[in-house]
Design a binder for this molecule. Structure first.
Ligand code: 7TS
Length: 414
């Protein structure tokens, strides 16, 4: 048994949490679905790289180049372990989830999606899992279809079956966890329906990988994308995982250095995987910093991370639901949701609400959360959103609740 992990101890690793923000109030950071804060371990790893090892990688034979290359490749191995990926050649470093999905849409999509074909996504996707498919389907004369959701935020998978029955679906692109509702998609069910129909599945893991144990091999999908910055890591680093035979048959996304084997005047041969998809000098320092984030999460254990968020979210949902005029979105079944709470409070505009509670040092997100298709489905222009991570506490939830009461008084609701 692991000794009890103390949130207080975790918080010591995040100097920014001691910061005073508006009105000299201590920061209450509840915008983790947008990006998480970084522990000193990650900041130090990046600093150490620039202080002691800075070099380009995969090229020169000098000592620094060797050290930098080794550290960069160590992160790839750690990503493989973290997600139970068997072959590191299947792990491609990109800038983030957005770039990963665009890579698939351009390099795989343009080869495999033809006129009359269908790409299926869902009503609760982030724009980065919608817009690349709109661009692709419009260019190819294909169609984009949506799996709807019920009022509890659950996907209506009968609709997926209807699309699959046309025999025209080439890809189903679905998020593992909604960034607005926190809904966890039943990926096993989606994948098994798609596999029976011989259809490929792309999973957007931007909100799942940071918050729960994910086993990419067991999932059985074909493409998997996520971002380092939502899981203690630096910005500008993301991962695309795809099955080797798919990557081998794909054309490159970007052309340039490092992705080639031989270049002649009129033809080029490609480097081995994964380098075929890593053109140019990559984000070396931040990839190396990401390894420290993975170490940090491994030390805590993803079961702890999930359990901590379940406790906080349950506590917050209970408190928030008691506030008169509060409308909460998403399911109350914690086995199917993560630590993201979207809400609307009476008829206070989410931007006004976020501005008022910012005066108490609380950082939440307000707006459409890059999910305007979902906003349309919910019939709202915007929501407020609080999202938790490993360093958040019940005391911070209480501060949020008190601040919402203050907003209610300002608007003469109490
Ligand atoms: N997919 C999901 C489910 C997301 O939540 C996000 C970012 C992305 C993709 C894009 O990730 P990126 O790292 O490439 O930007 N979500 C949010 C959010 O909820 N607030 O700010 C960014």
């Amino acid at each position: 048994m692991q000794a009890a992990i103390s949130t207080e101890k975790i918080r010591e690793d995040f100097p920014i949490l001691k910061r005073k923000v508006r009105n000299n109030k201590t920061l209450v950071y509840l915008d983790n679905a947008a990006t998480t804060q970084k522990p000193v371990q990650v900041i130090n790893a990046i600093s150490d790289y620039y202080l002691n090892h800075n070099s380009n990688i995969h090229r020169a034979v000098h000592a620094l180049a060797e050290e930098a290359t080794e550290a960069y490749e160590t992160t790839r191995n750690k990503v493989a372990q973290f997600l139970n990926i068997k072959d590191t050649q299947e792990i491609i470093f990109v800038r983030g989830t957005t770039e990963a999905i665009n890579l698939v849409a351009y390099a795989w999509g343009r080869q495999n999606v033809k006129q009359g074909d269908i790409v299926v996504t869902t009503e609760y996707e982030h724009h980065s899992n919608i817009v690349p498919w709109q661009l692709l389907t419009q260019e190819m004369g294909a169609k984009l279809e949506y799996i709807g959701m019920d009022d509890d935020g659950k996907l209506i998978l009968d609709q997926l079956d209807t699309y699959l029955a046309t025999g025209k679906v080439k890809l189903v692109a679905v998020s593992h966890m909604s960034n607005v509702l926190g809904t966890i998609t039943d990926i096993d069910d989606v994948v098994s329906r798609c596999k029976k129909a011989g259809v490929k599945v792309l999973v957007d893991g931007a909100q799942s990988v940071p918050h729960m144990k994910v086993d990419v091999s067991a999932m059985g999908c074909d493409f998997f994308a996520f971002s380092a910055h939502k899981m203690l890591g630096p910005t500008g680093v993301g991962i695309l995982w795809a099955k080797k035979e798919i990557l081998e048959n794909m054309v490159p996304f970007h052309g340039g250095g490092d992705m080639i084997r031989e270049v002649h005047k009129y033809e080029t041969t490609w480097n081995d995987l994964p380098y075929k998809f890593e053109a140019g000098t990559p984000n070396i320092a931040d990839v190396i910093g990401f390894a420290a984030a993975l170490d940090y999460l491994n030390n805590l254990g993803m079961d702890f991370v999930r359990q901590h968020e379940i406790e906080l979210t349950k506590y917050a949902l209970e408190k928030l639901s008691k506030i008169k005029g509060m409308k909460l979105y998403g399911t109350s079944d914690m086995s199917r949701r993560g630590g993201v709470i979207s809400f609307n409070f009476a008829d206070i505009h989410p931007h006004d609400l976020a501005t008022i509670i910012d005066e108490d040092g609380i950082a939440i997100r307000s707006g459409h959360h890059c999910a305007q298709v979902l906003m349309e489905r919910l019939d709202v222009a915007a929501t407020s959103r609080a999202s938790f991570y490993i360093y958040n506490t019940k005391e911070e939830v209480d501060i949020l609740v008190n601040s919402l009461h203050r907003a209610a008084r300002l608007f003469k609701l109490e």
